[in-house]
Write a protein that binds this ligand. Structure first.
Ligand code: FE2
Length: 376
């Protein structure tokens, strides 16, 4: 089928789940007060809102923090024997909810559950003096959920149930992080295609890219990946599954330590990756390091780039090109003691892809870390 025919078909099909982007990412963590401090100090978020016993929420404490269009919520249980505590006992700290902004959270829930999604939260109206938020939710891979957030009739700091929160004396400068570029899920053996079908059938996403053994040399071919995108491209979810390689798959290591499927990394966009990464490093964020030889033939591989090679090499920033442009990216080490969730910092200069050309260099770096943990 020619591209023009495909485009025409896509534009005439109604998007039954129009998504306006990522509203927030919620993490279940062992100590939300300290985790919020870590993301503020190390990543440059600002205090935004707080929910807990003081605001009438009895079973948990949640801290909402924000940087530009990026909102994280750190949530911890206040007692044992509840689902949040069970989640942390099993998975360690990790992403619970990827929340998506919609105009109609009731419709989003009805459309997705009618197409086979398992309900997590029936449409719920939350009100306070600042207006109304409607929330609903469905399950996705593992214990992860998608919440649909309708907030056009709300003017408060974050959500009903929260009160504004700020530190009088602690306002760390931002690090230039702007919004969620994509969120990657790790799923089990032979589970990539079922979850691809889920995103296609239940949420109306399209498979826009595929990485498999043919793309990556077998020596390092430790995963397969398909990138799913919402109709308007605002929300992108690559789905990884482990693949047989000479060494144990990094996805398998994740599944073992997370004790199941879950979010592998959240990619955060910046407009100036050199400044952002330099800032993050100075605040103690740890990144994977590629060998210096990566830069020897970089320009031969990717062609002209606007950036000076020196700072990229100094900071270990990776570059890849596709037929629309190029991108710069760098991956953090896991941000908890289990080798599970990490972050990607990404700056796109036209490229809409995900750094396939860096897989080999990246796998080598990840495998050096895996080896150091004794998990290869
Ligand atoms: Fe990524």
């Amino acid at each position: 089928m020619g591209t023009s025919a495909l485009d025409k078909k896509e534009t005439t099909q109604k998007d039954f789940l129009p998504l306006e982007g990522t509203d927030y990412v919620e993490f279940y963590v062992g100590n939300a007060k300290q985790a919020a401090h870590y993301y503020m100090t190390a990543f440059g978020f600002q205090a935004l809102a707080y929910a807990g016993p003081e605001t009438g929420v009895k079973d948990r404490a949640s801290y909402a923090i924000r940087q530009h269009k990026l909102t994280f919520v750190l949530t911890t249980p206040l007692r044992s024997k509840n689902p949040i505590a069970d989640h942390i006992y099993r998975h360690g700290d990790g992403v619970k909810a990827i929340s998506l902004r919609v105009q109609d959270a009731t419709g989003a829930w009805e459309e997705t559950t009618r197409r086979g999604a398992r309900s997590y939260l029936e449409p719920t109206r939350l009100k306070d003096e600042n207006g109304e938020v409607v929330m609903s939710g469905i399950h996705t891979y593992g214990d992860t959920v998608h919440l649909f957030i309708e907030r056009q009739n709300y003017n408060g700091s974050f959500m009903p149930g929260y009160r504004p929160w700020s530190h009088p004396h602690f306002k760390p400068t931002d690090t230039g992080l702007q919004y969620v570029d994509h969120c990657v899920g790790n799923v089990g053996w032979n589970q990539m295609n079922p979850w691809v079908s889920f995103y296609e059938n239940v949420m109306g996403f399209k498979n826009i890219l595929t990485f498999d053994d043919a793309d990556i040399s077998t020596e390092y071919s430790a995963l397969m990946s398909k990138v799913m995108s919402s109709g308007n491209g605002f929300v992108k979810f690559p789905i990884n599954e482990p693949a047989e390689g000479k060494k144990k798959s990094q996805v398998e290591e994740y599944l073992e330590f997370y004790d199941g499927e879950g979010v592998q990394h959240v990619a955060l966009a910046t407009k100036d990756i050199v400044a952002t990464v330099r800032d993050l490093m100075s605040r103690g964020v740890e990144f994977l390091k590629v060998p210096g030889t990566y830069y020897d033939d970089l320009i031969d591989r990717v062609g002209h780039i606007d950036e000076d090679l020196g700072p990229l090499k100094e900071l270990g920033i990776l570059v890849d090109r596709d037929n629309e442009g190029y991108l710069l990216q760098l991956f953090s080490k896991p941000v908890e003691d289990r080798p599970t969730l990490f972050f990607e910092i990404i700056q796109r200069k036209g490229a809409k892809s995900f750094g396939k050309g860096n897989f080999k260099a990246l796998f080598e770096a990840i495998e050096r870390e895996q080896e150091a943990r004794g998990n290869l």
